[in-house]
Write a protein that binds this ligand. Structure first.
Ligand code: ADP
Ligand code: MG
Length: 703
């Protein structure tokens, strides 16, 4: 691979200045780029239609010869290119809007493959903006089509010739195959030379699949090798705290809860505690649906630190959430005392503090002092925790809630509050689960624990999608009926990404409209991001205490707000939210023992937006929804944040290749068990280094 990377495409015969430039425009500069310039799709020539057989409104593929090309400027800067093609059976017009380069791409006499839908216009056969590929006199049965090649002026035939040449020239030395024979056999993988050939020149659609499988495996294997190597190297380099896990504080805590732990909580706490006992700092991601009971796990982790004379810190993304956590955790820990040998009773009360930017100066100074001296055992807060001046006596466990809301630097800053000599253990929590195989890829360098079981006695939330004005009216009736029964409701207004002030204005309008109309006579409150923290807190207090019946809010209530008496969640313009966010919002109700419901208002939702709403109506299982989300959005968005540099996942798809992800991870783990630095597999190691940029893998270790 390194050899191919070192060769510029110009060394191939037939690649002169013009072709090199065309190749560069599709980011192919080296022979390695060329070999990994994979076809976007394949044309199976046996499926082609004759022009005279085309049916109106039906998609089809024809092979034809260009008769004429005619280009025209339209109003504004728009352009139209009109091309006529013919085969033995008839003529077909192709109309291209705003693709002026078609004029250069197509010329009389060329052989083209056209794929599109026929529409008959004034008695003429034509296709608008069809896909066109230049295949020349290609004779194979399966013809690859390369991405953007038409625009770049490249023909399949040429690309294939260059690939052939590269493969032929490498023959004397052979293309190395760093994947051991035993592994190839286990998964029925063909060798790499065959795979590269097969992806560019498959002799059947099946051959293309076999080739693809092999190359997909290679991509995923490299990624997993990198992730696992980094994780293990970081573990070797860092010094953590060996927490004393023999104490009884955690047991006291779980015994003091008014409920038994779920099996999932028990399992996950054991995983966390086992990490804490090791000298290696923990980097664990805790995923669990809204309401799965992550807080109990977080508290157990922090208490493990406390019983060994260390401290715990929990950072939440918003003021409201931090306060909520503080109130909740303080009450969970109310009666708990810490074994303390030096004191008269050999026990002392546990000290929990809240630190946010709203904490008044004097109190803040006091808390900071108590943190530095070790008087405070557990501190809960916002970004205020990572500000200068906040020092710990001995920070042992850091918990970050809703990790996706924090930047990498913020998480690293909190971790850096630990002692120089020993890094604190880190638990990041998220209520936005991602499918298991996606987690292996995106969070492959973290350990992942999953709370996949809900505490018993939850009343399921029923979800309905109101699609008409009449159904919307029923929703407001339902809100009034619940309030009559003494319950409360949330109304969430659409997300307006461009501007917080527009969003505030829009939610205020909705608030006023509802108060004057559908919800008249009820006690309605308003919450949005533009209020001061004190105002927000006072609205939340009123809602918590029941002095407000209906809270009209922006997504500031998305995470963590816990008001068990709220039984209805109305989401206005629900089609403007993503699945994960809708699911989060819905999780704000169903927190008490009353039946709860979520109403999605979206009269004109169609397409993918409608699919999202349908998924929400069908299931309340966060993991099922995560799968649905992945299906609907594609993996780009999940990987997006991490894959900025060179992306080695050219073929692999987290949706299509789930099994390969699992197998590659397994294989990578085994290889590294035997050979931690891949010393005996230097080729493979070189490939990993060549093809993967560090940024990708760095990303989460910092978090
Ligand atoms: P989340 O995972 O969304 O952070 P929380 O930790 O806030 O969930 O827990 C949601 C609610 O469930 C809280 O009121 C909590 O006290 C309660 N809870 C947690 N674990 C259990 C359990 N094992 N049995 C019953 N209720 C539980
Ligand atoms: Mg929570």
């Amino acid at each position: 691979m390194a050899d191919f990377e070192a060769m510029k495409v110009e060394i191939l015969s037939g690649v002169g200045r013009a072709k090199a430039k065309a190749l560069a425009s599709v980011e192919v500069e080296t022979v390695l780029d060329l070999l990994t310039y994979y076809p976007r799709r394949y044309i199976d020539r046996t499926n082609r239609a004759a022009i005279s057989d085309l049916e109106d409104g039906v998609e089809a593929m024809v092979m034809a010869r260009v008769d004429s090309v005619f280009s025209k400027r339209l109003k504004g800067s728009r352009t139209m290119v009109r091309v006529t093609v013919r085969d033995d059976t008839g003529r077909l017009g192709l109309i291209f809007f705003n693709q002026p380069w078609r004029d250069r791409q197509l010329s009389e006499g060329q052989e083209v493959v056209v794929f599109g839908k026929l529409d008959r216009y004034r008695g003429q056969n034509q296709m608008t903006n069809p896909i066109v590929d230049l295949v020349g006199d290609e004779t194979g049965r399966i013809v690859p089509v390369y991405p953007q090649s038409g625009k770049a002026g490249l023909q399949t035939r040429e690309i294939r010739r260059w690939v052939d040449e590269a493969l032929r020239r490498s023959e004397p030395r052979g293309i190395s195959d760093p994947v051991p024979e035993s592994l190839r056999q286990r998964h029925g993988l063909i060798d790499r030379h065959q795979a590269i050939e097969g992806i560019h020149r498959p002799d059947s659609i099946n051959a293309q699949f076999t080739a693809r499988n092999r190359l997909v495996f290679d991509e995923l294997l490299r990624l997993q090798l990198k992730l696992i190597m980094r994780k293990r190297a970081a573990e070797r380099a860092a010094h953590g705290i060996c927490h004393d896990t023999s104490g009884e504080l955690v047991n006291r805590f779980t015994a003091s809860l008014g409920f038994p732990l779920t099996d999932a909580q028990r399992r996950v706490i054991a995983e966390v505690v086992a990490d804490l006992a090791r000298p290696v700092p923990m980097h664990r991601l805790l995923q669990g649906d809204v309401g799965a009971g992550k807080t109990v796990v977080a508290v157990a982790a922090m208490l493990t630190a406390v019983q060994g004379q260390h401290q715990g810190a929990l950072m939440a993304p918003t003021e409201v959430l931090a306060t909520q956590h503080f109130l909740g955790i303080r009450s969970l820990l109310q009666d708990l005392t810490v074994p303390a040998s030096g004191t008269l009773l050999a026990e002392r009360p546990l000290k929990v503090a809240l630190l946010t930017n709203q904490t008044p100066g004097a109190e803040r100074a006091h808390i900071q002092e108590s943190l530095a001296s070790g008087v405070v055992d557990i501190v809960i807060g916002t970004h205020a925790l990572i500000q200068e001046g906040v020092e710990f006596s001995s920070l042992g466990v850091v918990v970050v809630d809703e990790q996706h809301r924090f930047g990498v630097e913020q998480r690293a800053a909190l971790r850096a509050k630990g002692a120089q000599a020993a890094s604190p253990d880190v638990l990041v929590m998220t209520a936005t689960p991602i499918p298991r195989t996606a987690a292996m890829t995106v969070y492959g360098d973290l350990d992942v624990s999953t709370l996949d079981e809900m505490p018993p006695g939850r009343t399921p939330i029923s979800t309905r999608w109101a699609r008409s004005a009449a159904e919307e009216a029923e929703v407001w009736e339902q809100v009034r009926a619940e309030v009559d029964k003494g319950r409360q409701a949330y109304v969430v207004c659409p997300l307006i990404e461009e501007s917080e002030s527009i969003e505030a204005r829009s939610v205020t309008e909705t608030y006023e409209r509802l108060q004057a109309g559908e919800l008249t006579g009820l006690r309605v409150g308003l919450l949005h991001g533009r209020l001061t923290p004190a105002e927000k807190e006072s609205v939340m207090d009123l809602f918590r205490s029941g002095a407000i019946d209906v809270l009209v809010a922006t997504t500031v209530i998305e995470v963590g707000v816990d008001v068990p008496n709220a039984t209805v969640m109305v989401i206005v313009d629900a089609d403007r939210f993503g699945i994960a966010q809708l699911h989060q919002l819905r999780g704000r109700v169903g927190r008490g023992d009353q039946e709860s419901s979520c109403c999605l208002l979206a009269v004109d939702a169609v397409g993918v937006a409608a699919e999202r709403l349908r998924a929400l109506v069908e299931t309340t299982d966060g993991f099922e929804l995560a799968e649905a989300d992945l299906e609907l959005r594609g993996e780009g968005t999940i990987l997006g944040e991490r894959q900025k540099g060179r992306n080695d996942l050219l073929l692999a798809s987290l949706r299509r290749d789930k099994d390969w992800v699992v197998w590659a991870r397994e294989a990578a783990g085994e290889m590294l068990d035997d050979d931690p630095d891949l010393q005996q597999k230097s080729e493979l190691r070189a490939e990993v280094e060549l093809l993967l940029v560090d940024d990708d893998a760095d990303y989460l270790l910092k978090s």
